[in-house]
Design a protein around this ligand. Structure first.
Ligand code: ZN
Length: 110
């Protein structure tokens, strides 16, 4: 896993779990290490300020590769209470946003 220079990894345990999943999926399906561009960040919206989100770089992957990685991460994480958002068209730069926001009985642990 690689971090861009401003990343604050003071995040909650649920995000460490998701970082591991994202790293493994990228290694398997894109043969590239995970690049985290944001984690706890008071200047962004969503759950970043609470340490419950991270963003991963997508521009180092081809379009089809990125779509496959997104599909696999969603398949694993969304049933466990995560939201995985395709932000490849974001004005802040292309990325996937992952946040832990469990509904109902969703949990990342049993
Ligand atoms: Zn984000």
């Amino acid at each position: 896993m690689k971090l861009t220079p401003t990343v604050n990894l003071d995040v909650q345990p649920a995000i460490y779990f998701a970082l591991g999943v994202a790293h493994a999926v990228r290694e398997i399906y894109a043969e590239k290490s995970l690049i985290v561009t944001s984690a706890r960040d008071s200047h962004t919206a969503g759950l970043h300020p609470e340490g419950l989100a991270f963003d991963m770089r997508t521009r180092d992957m081809e379009e089809g590769e990125a779509s496959l990685v997104l599909a696999r991460i969603k398949q694993i994480l969304e049933p466990l209470g995560y939201d995985v958002v395709d932000e490849r068209k974001s004005v802040k730069g292309p990325h996937f946003h992952v946040e832990y926001d469990p509904k109902g009985n969703e949990r990342f642990y049993v």
